[in-house]
Design a protein around this ligand. Structure first.
Ligand code: BGP
Length: 479
């Protein structure tokens, strides 16, 4: 007999998206260009994420930019939110495009048309009683801040971000209670371009620039926590981590130590600063050995200590297995955070290893460490979907993936973990962050759009749509 899991009353079931991956309308409503608007789809994008030099210009003669039109959520949000409501969503995690609110990022006054757009979105969610969970910065920063200031290496971005965050809190204080500051903040360690807005030029200064940029984001995040609590009395502000439990390839102590080290640097360093309010002891040696000398202003450390986040949100797609000295044949392909192949796991078509127990491990480790509520704000299977002749999309592979991960959450809750909710990634098909393409799909709702930008944009319910609706209606009891 199948085991029945008990999710808490009020558990926030829903889905997650990011502005730059679905809105489109990249030059409408007074929006400025963002870094996401100049990143093309396909191999070029993967190379840029891996650290290739890039000139931050749009080159339409050579490349396709599927996010310029996205899935046109900007014009179709009512239709899409109605579909979310039909599935019974309790929560919708979305992001605000910074470049809609401050087109260049450094203006003194916001763009009213941009603010209005999100007013409409929040009102529409409210109509169905769907709680918005809003990411303030999700892989999208005004391009001007990249070109004129060099991205987050530059301390001036702290005050631009603070102004932007305060503008949002003032404007939406009666509409939004849950906020996340920076999407996958620790992702910057592997692909700084998306969230810090620069490609480190040389290996020698790579970590220096990344951690200086992160320090600025930590300070900006604490300032946002402070402002949110001052402006919105019942606000809850979370950090957002990309979490991949790190396994040792074998029991060789050198490899076990290496895994522990990688786990700390990748999964915990950012969380420790944002949740515990201080740099962990292990950071000191890591910085010393890697030539990182942070410029920390007077008052920064007090600020971090005083304004930690209220809860921890994270994305979980896969675990990661590491070996101190791997051979090239052992390396995984496709997995953007690296590692060696785990012989016990199957991988998605993009090389992301599928590991539901890893989610239970993640939840337990994070809760043991921080003792604050957790929220899984991204999880899902990127897959190629096929539309059958009768129009149906039978994505049983997606249902299987999600079911096993929901069970893992159910187990973690029994383990004693405090879990606020689950918003699976890409609840409606959207542009992939790593490939910049449409064909890597996560949705319960299919969108007719192809990698070359063609397609009618028509929405269709996949088999998983009906399955997830049932999961939500039984509060996870029937999977
Ligand atoms: C996370 C990002 C999302 C997202 C997701 C899936 O890293 O926060 O923006 O897209 O991963 O990744 P991808 O689109 O590359 O499959």
């Amino acid at each position: 007999m199948n085991k029945t899991y008990r999710f808490p009353e009020g558990f926030l079931w829903g889905g997650a998206t990011a502005a730059n991956q679905l809105e489109g309308a990249y030059q409408e409503g007074g929006k400025g260009l963002s870094i996401a608007d100049v990143l093309p789809g396909g191999k070029v994008r993967l190379n840029v994420l891996a650290g290739n030099e890039f000139d931050f210009e749009i080159d339409k003669s050579n490349y396709v930019y599927p996010n310029h039109d996205g899935i046109d959520f900007y014009h179709r949000y009512k239709e899409d939110i109605a579909l979310f409501a039909e599935m019974g969503f309790k929560a919708y995690r979305m992001s605000i495009a910074w470049s809609r609110i401050f087109p260049n990022g450094d203006e003194l006054t916001p763009n009213e048309e941009g603010l209005q757009f999100y007013d409409h979105v929040f009102d529409e969610l409210d109509k169905y009683g769907i709680e918005p969970i809003v990411t303030i910065s999700h892989y999208e920063m005004p391009l001007h801040l990249v070109k004129a200031y060099g991205g987050w290496k530059n301390r001036q971005l702290v005050s631009f971000f603070e102004r932007y965050a305060k503008t949002l809190f003032e404007r939406y204080k009666n509409k939004v209670k849950y906020w996340l500051t920076f999407n996958e903040i620790n992702g910057a360690i592997h692909f700084p371009i998306l969230s810090l807005g620069f490609v480190p030029k040389s290996e020698d200064t790579r970590l220096q620039h990344i951690f200086q940029g992160l320090h600025h984001q930590f300070v900006a995040s604490s300032l946002a926590v402070k402002a949110a609590h001052e402006i919105i009395p019942d606000a809850k502000v979370g950090c957002m981590l990309i979490y991949a439990p790190t396994y040792s390839f074998d029991c060789h102590p050198e490899n076990v130590w290496h895994a522990l080290h990688e786990n700390r640097i990748f999964n915990y360093l950012c969380g420790d600063v944002q949740v515990r309010g201080e740099y962990p002891a292990f950071a000191k040696r890591f910085f010393q050995e890697n030539g990182v000398e942070l410029e920390i202003h007077d008052g920064d450390l007090e600020l971090l200590k005083r304004y930690p986040v209220d809860f921890i949100s994270f994305s979980y797609y896969m675990s990661r297995t590491v070996k101190k000295i791997p051979s090239s044949e052992e390396m995984t392909s496709g997995n953007i955070i690296g590692g060696v192949k785990n012989p016990f796991l199957q991988a998605s078509d993009w090389g992301w290893e599928i590991d539901p127990i890893g989610l239970r491990i993640a939840l337990n480790e994070l809760y043991d460490r921080y003792q604050k509520p957790l929220f899984v704000v991204e999880n899902g299977l990127g897959a190629y979907d096929k539309v059958e002749e009768d129009g149906s999309i039978n994505d049983d592979y997606r249902i299987d993936y999600l079911r096993e991960h929901i069970k893992a959450m159910g187990e973690a809750i029994e383990d004693g973990v405090e879990l606020m909710g689950y918003t699976s990634w890409g609840c409606i098909d959207l542009v992939s962050a790593s490939t910049g393409e449409m064909s890597k799909r996560y949705g319960y709702i299919y969108v007719d759009k192809n990698d070359d930008g063609s397609g009618t944009l028509e929405r269709k319910k996949k088999k998983s749509f009906f399955w997830y609706k049932h999961v939500i209606s039984t509060n996870g009891r029937e999977l």
